[in-house]
Design a protein around this ligand. Structure first.
Ligand code: ADP
Length: 969
């Protein structure tokens, strides 16, 4: 190889060195430009010039990728000399390249640099013509890549035609990659800045108060929301301990908690704290804190986000206050109810008790009538009061149901007993039918069941003029421990119009307001009943037709009890002479109880307080005669009835006494509390004399029977030498009960008449061996009734012995009774033994059945013989006879009218046979007469004979009805 031309070679070498230096300088200059630039756009003009000059190009342009338009756009360009072709620059600036088009487009697509020695001859150069005009030839385009993606293309042009030069190419690529890295970094910085900004905006604009502290609890950052909430500037908060912002009393607690959290000793959880704002107002915040950790998991601070719950807290506090106020109001209402109940019942107690006592004394007819009205009105008022109290208790949700064992049949039986009198007075049949498969021992609230039945049966009686009222009970569903029963109360009364059948169950609703005046009532009964039924898990409805009657149905759920305590009640005889302690702070109550108890020959001792009661109990015990029975008032000052009952129950020396609690307050829990204190029976005041008797007898139960079966009660073991049929004329229910129990015990049969007039009617219908006649009775006094009976007997009837009964007998009473035609005299209150002997002393035909009297419509003993004592058959026969009679008599009349002798004979014969069944001798005789007349065809006397027969049958009817009723039991 020939040696290079010396000076040429030297020049070349120095040119090469020079170029290398320039390239280096260009690198350095580029680095500087980029280091100072904020972004590529700002750097581009300087870059193009620096690189263009450094690499000896005459024209440089930066094309950047417009992603939205999908083209390359000229970002900027640089030219070394003033342009020969002045439009070249502006054409370039407006020019865009799509992918693959022209030199920049090609580089954008391929991502690799392209060197064109002469663009004028290059077919794929869009600006070739322009370049030619400008005198440009060689071209180089290099891509600027960021993460392998072309973001821009740098283009260089030269006035010379240049073959590709590796070094220039390398340098240009090196610079492009330097710019690429710059862009990459700028992108990252932008992204970071964006995210920081977003985070800061979030932090500042968040509606939640937020701050961060360092490990000392000093606030380092706080957001606008927190500043706004506390009315402070960030400067007031940052740099302070976080707890300094809290209400003074919260600070210490908060500081300890924060320190605990920062040292991970206290669990970080949401808390509520009070803050004080700049204006002094307090705000309650719910704070959600979390630890700030560095990348190694070390705690570097605490962040806390706070929700302002002041409004919520205030609402909660107000709600609580409102609830407490409502509860207090409801308590006040309840207490008011209880107090009112007590206040009203106390005088009611006096009115009812005192009238009952007064009615047992010697009174003139007027006085008796007046007091009777007072008594009845007081009872109605009490019923009304109970209804209203019940209703308001249900309304205010204070009504409580009991769950105690009871016997269904007993409960219903007793309930209907109390209604029987009313039914009887209206001449209505009252019957109760409980299906045999109905479980008897139930758990539930017998008192409330009774209340429903009393309401339904009471209504049925009220709204029925004739016919019957029937209570029917059947099983609807039964499991091992529960039963659902279906009760029906059906009547044959006025009925209820279809459109009223719903509303009568609403409070104060009555089917027909015009009947209100006729039938009375408040319209509350059914409303209460339906609430009670609902509380028993059942429902109530009615089926009714106007004019035909109504059937009220209700279902109720009960628990099944294994067996109910069915200890026999104490016998009344056991009460005679029994000591009883009465504890009541109210003097009127004591007086009433004293009189009632004395009337049963008990020996009451009365005390006014629990303390006295305990003393008296102790005294009696020490003297060897402890009280077997204590009657306590529930509400007494100092020590009340419950406390006293508790004391008695816990004292082994006194606990044998049976306790009866009387309460006049409407406290739902009194019954339950009584039971807890070991009280045997509980009753609400005012207590009727008959109810008190029941309560005492039940409370004593077997206990007294065994205590006193030692023979002191001679009367109980007596039996009459001859069972008599006795008419008891007595208006007082308790006396009726007492007398009936004794008389039946001695073997007699008793029929009751409620007043003198009724007694007179019963005597006319039926014969009695003896009449026990109360002297003072409503309607007609005993003396008047006796006089009337004696007057009737004067016309030849058999004389029935009459024993007078009168209370508070005055001197001369005996004489007056005897003068009125009575045969003897028993003083009231009745002493059983005395009564027994008074009856026995009359020596009433011992052992001889009474011969039928001439006037008797039927011979009862013969009749019973005839039916072989089959009462069912007898009742059926009576029913048939009563139904057939009117028809037969009218057929008979028709036959007589037609002078149809055969017809008369036939019907008279039939009637004779029918009456003969009942040993109705008169009817048989008169029928026989008529039959004979018919047979002989002598109808001239027939009309008289017919009248005699019709009369005999007319007299027979009441006797048969009475017999039917008596044999029903
Ligand atoms: P009260 O009987 O005090 O008016 P209730 O709520 O017991 O109140 O009865 C509401 C009304 O329903 C009665 O006034 C009456 O119109 C009607 N009613 C209830 N039971 C019967 C019945 N057995 N026969 C006809 N109407 C009845």
């Amino acid at each position: 190889m020939p040696p290079p031309d010396e000076p040429d070679a030297l020049q070349q070498a120095s040119t090469a060195r020079l170029r290398a230096e320039r390239r280096l300088a260009t690198f350095e200059a580029t680095t500087r430009v980029l280091a100072e630039a904020r972004d590529l756009r700002e750097a581009t003009p300087t870059l193009l010039r620096t690189i263009g000059e450094g690499l000896e190009w005459d024209h440089a342009a930066m094309w950047s990728v417009d992603r939205v338009g999908g083209v390359l756009r000229c970002e900027d360009l640089w030219q070394a000399d003033a342009a020969v072709f002045p439009e070249f620059a502006s054409i370039n600036r407006q020019m865009t390249f799509s992918a693959g088009a022209g030199l920049p487009g090609r580089v954008w697509t391929t991502g690799t640099p392209v060197w064109v020695p002469d663009v004028v001859t290059d077919a794929n150069c869009a600006l070739a013509t322009c370049a030619a005009k400008e005198g440009l030839h060689a071209a180089l385009a290099v891509p600027i890549l960021v993460a392998g993606c072309v973001l821009a293309v740098m283009e260089f042009l030269s006035r010379r035609i240049l073959a590709a030069d590796e070094q220039t190419l390398q340098t240009a690529m090196g610079l492009a990659s330097q710019i690429g890295r710059f862009m990459e970094q700028k992108h990252a910085e932008d992204a970071l800045r964006d995210s920081e900004k977003r985070f800061r905006d979030l932090f500042e604009d968040a509606p939640i108060a937020y701050h961060e502290t360092d490990t000392n609890g000093i606030v380092r950052r706080v957001n606008r929301a927190e500043c706004r909430l506390l009315g402070l500037d960030p400067a007031d908060i940052v740099g302070k301990h976080a707890w300094e912002l809290l209400a003074p009393e919260e600070r210490e607690r908060s500081r300890d908690a924060m320190r605990g959290k920062l040292t991970r000793q206290v669990q970080v959880e949401a808390v509520e704290r009070d803050y004080v704002a700049a204006d002094g107002s307090r705000r309650t915040m719910e704070i959600h804190a979390s630890l700030i950790e560095d990348k190694d998991g070390r705690v570097v601070g605490l962040r806390s986000a706070k929700l302002d719950v002041t409004a919520r807290k205030r609402a909660e506090a107000e709600l609580k206050k409102a609830k407490e106020a409502a509860e207090a109001a409801s308590r006040a209402k309840g207490e008011f109810l209880a107090n009112m109940s007590h206040e009203i019942r106390t005088p009611m107690n006096a009115i009812i008790g005192m009238t009952e006592l007064a009615l047992n004394t010697e009174l003139s007819d007027d006085q008796r009538e007046f007091l009777g009205v007072v008594h009845e009105s007081a009872n109605s008022l009490l019923t009304l009061l109970n209804d209203i109290l019940d209703f308001s208790k249900i309304e205010s949700g204070r009504f409580e149901m009991e769950a105690i064992p009871f016997g269904l049949r007993d409960t219903l039986g007793q309930t209907l007993d109390t209604l029987a009198l009313r039914a009887e007075q209206k001449g209505l049949e009252l019957a109760c039918h409980i299906r045999p498969d109905v479980h008897d021992a139930l758990i539930g609230d017998p008192g409330r069941l009774r209340q429903i039945v009393v309401n339904l049966v009471g209504n049925a009686i009220k709204f029925t003029a004739r016919g019957d009222v029937v209570v029917h009970v059947e099983r609807e569903q039964e499991t091992d421990d529960r039963v659902r029963l279906l009760f029906t109360v059906a009547d044959t009364g006025i009925g209820i119009a279809a459109d009223k059948q719903q509303i009568i169950f609403e409070a104060f609703s009555q089917a027909d307001t015009s009947t209100t005046r006729r039938y009375g009532g408040t319209g509350l009964g059914l409303a209460i009943s339906s609430q009670l039924v609902a509380m028993m898990g059942g429902r109530i409805w009615v089926e009714s037709e106007v004019g035909s009657g109504s059937a009220f149905h209700f279902t109720a759920q009960f628990g099944r009890a294994a067996a109910v305590d069915t200890r026999p009640a104490a016998d009344l005889a056991q009460l005679d002479g029994l000591p009883v302690l009465v504890v009541d702070d109210n003097a009127t109550n004591r007086r009433i109880l004293d009189e009632m108890l004395t009337s049963w020959h008990m020996q009451p001792t009365l005390v006014a307080s629990a303390a006295e009661a305990l003393q008296e109990l102790e005294r009696a015990r020490r003297s060897g005669n402890p009280y077997p029975l204590v009657i306590l008032d529930a509400l007494m000052p100092e020590m009340d009835g419950f406390m006293l009952a508790d004391r008695i129950g816990k004292d082994p020396n006194l606990s044998a006494a049976r306790l009866v609690m009387l309460s006049s307050a409407a406290h739902a829990d009194h019954a339950a509390r009584s039971r807890q204190c070991g009280v045997a029976c509980y009753a609400t005041k005012p207590v009727k004399q008959s109810d008190l008797l029941d309560v005492i007898v039940t409370a004593l139960g077997e206990q007294v029977m065994t205590r006193r079966a030692s023979g002191r009660d001679a009367a109980a073991s007596l039996t009459s030498s001859r069972p008599l049929r006795i008419l008891l004329a007595e208006d007082n229910e308790v006396n009726q009960k007492l007398a009936v129990r004794w008389l039946t015990k001695w073997g007699h049969t008793v029929v009751i008449a409620g007043d003198g007039r009724e007694a007179l009617a019963k005597v006319a219908q039926d014969g009695f061996d003896l009449i026990l006649m109360d002297v003072q009775m409503p309607e007609m006094s005993g003396l008047e009734a006796t006089a009337a009976i004696r007057a009737r007997e004067a016309s030849g009837e058999r004389r029935t012995p009459i024993l007078a009964m009168t209370a508070h007998a005055l001197a001369g009473d005996r004489e007056r009774c005897l003068a009125a035609g009575m045969d003897g005299y028993v003083a009231k209150p009745i002493r059983p033994e005395q009564m027994f002997h008074a009856i026995e002393d009359l020596n009433l035909c011992p052992g001889e059945p009474r011969a039928p009297q001439i006037g008797d419509p039927l011979d009862e003993s013969e009749l019973l013989n005839r039916f072989d004592n089959d009462m069912d058959l007898l009742r059926e026969a009576i029913q048939d006879f009563l139904e057939q009679c009117p028809k037969r008599l009218s057929t008979l009349r028709d036959a007589l009218g037609r002078s149809d002798a055969d017809g008369v004979t036939r019907v008279a014969h039939a009637l004779k046979g029918a009456a003969g069944n009942f040993a109705a001798h008169q009817a048989v005789e008169t029928a026989q007469t008529l039959e004979t007349i018919g047979r002989q065809g002598l109808l001239g006397d027939a009309a008289k004979a017919y009248t005699a027969l019709a009369d005999a049958i007319e007299r027979l009817k009441p006797a048969l009805l009475d017999l039917r009723d008596r044999t029903r039991a």
